[in-house]
Design a protein around this ligand. Structure first.
Ligand code: CTP
Ligand code: MG
Length: 180
């Protein structure tokens, strides 16, 4: 019962989780803010690039399409009814995750934090909030049916743990400059 809820929540959020990691691997090139500043601070900083954002979003959408194919067999094997992703839902999760992360960088720069500085709490949940908000906007019916109160609760509890874990791994293998 609880295991089923955790598996469902993880599955439903995969198209939002993976874009950030893909962006880390794909990042580089022109920053989204084009180097622009507001006051003496950058708008977003060099850590938010067009390439990272585009690749991250695309990877999330392609992953969702793959999950749609796998949902029935994997769900049967696990004895869980796994969600599938309509195009608008997949786009909302992937693009929303990237947007949430970008919004967080904006807040970090405004609050005087340099690129790469940690902002505990925001770092772990920015992309979750972004993904859910945009998914609810683009695919409201699907999002309401998929992200029930139980699923949302699991997401808020489990995501920070997963985020910290994957970032430590990314740091150890040299894909990321900081372990957060
Ligand atoms: N990245 C990217 N585009 C994005 C998000 C991430 O290119 N939209 C890449 C960048 O190379 C970035 C790395 O992924 O440096 C790590 O992402 P993140 O930790 O979000 O960025 P930081 O460099 O730590 O910058 P910030 O302080 O703004 O979060
Ligand atoms: Mg960072």
């Amino acid at each position: 019962m609880v295991v089923g809820l955790v598996v469902t929540a993880f599955w439903a959020m995969l198209p939002a989780y993976v874009p950030n990691n893909a962006a880390v691997l794909a990042g580089g090139g022109r920053p989204i803010d084009g180097g622009r500043t507001w006051g003496d601070r950058r708008l977003l900083g060099d850590g938010k690039t067009w390439r990272g954002t585009a690749v991250g979003t695309l990877v999330g959408i392609v992953l969702a399409a793959g999950l749609n194919v796998a949902a029935a067999p994997v769900g049967t094997a696990l004895g869980v009814s796994l969600p599938t992703f309509p195009p608008a839902g997949a786009l909302g999760l992937a693009a929303g995750a990237m947007a949430g992360d970008i919004a967080a960088s904006f807040l970090k720069r405004r609050s005087g934090r340099a690129r790469g500085a940690a902002f505990p709490g925001l770092d772990q949940l920015d992309f979750v909030v972004g993904a859910l908000v945009v998914a609810f906007l683009l695919a409201p019916g699907w999002a309401q049916a998929t992200f029930t109160l139980g699923v949302l609760t699991v997401i808020v509890v489990v995501t920070p743990v997963l985020h910290v874990g994957t970032n430590i791994i990314a740091y150890l293998i040299g894909a990321k400059n900081e372990p957060w």
